[in-house]
Design a protein around this ligand. Structure first.
Ligand SMILES: [Ca+2]
Ligand SMILES: [Ca+2]
Length: 139
């Protein structure tokens, strides 16, 4: 009886520890298509885009962090720490071309953070006009 109880308590403890599993989301690198969907260049006169990545945790009151802008490039390395996430949270990742007034959206994707995501530590995504976006999850 006591043995059964302690096993049950141990199992509950393990489950609780997994619930708390969390990590910082680090935006590592992004690579985008050379044009908008309609074939137009990202900026007038054929300029390359000015890339910025925003990560929003849809749980936790919508904590949001945007990276710095990398100007005039189709690919960029950031290495920037953004929001903290836990297993089960959903994050919305948006890549923009920063402009004077209306920014062009390069792509947007919502991803669910799983225990597997945190275990693998690295997540590579492709969506919309984003060829690849690499996120790292650091405990
Ligand atoms: Ca633009
Ligand atoms: Ca621009």
């Amino acid at each position: 009886m006591w043995r059964t109880l302690s096993v049950a308590l141990l199992a509950a403890g393990v489950a609780a520890a997994q619930d708390r599993q969390s990590a910082d989301v680090i935006v590592q690198a992004v690579k985008v298509q050379t044009t908008k969907k309609n074939g137009d260049p990202w900026d007038v006169l054929g300029g390359a885009p000015d890339l910025k990545v925003t990560v929003r945790n849809k749980a936790r009151g919508g904590a949001t962090h945007s990276t710095k802008v990398k100007a005039d490039t189709f690919e960029a390395s950031f290495g920037e720490r953004t929001v903290r996430v836990s297993v089960g949270d959903e994050i919305e990742v948006t890549v923009h071309d920063e402009d004077e007034r209306l920014h062009d959206k390069v792509g947007e994707k919502t991803v669910k953070v799983t225990a597997d995501t945190l275990k693998k530590k690295e997540l590579k995504l492709d969506f919309d006009r984003v060829i690849s976006l690499t996120l790292e999850f650091e405990p």
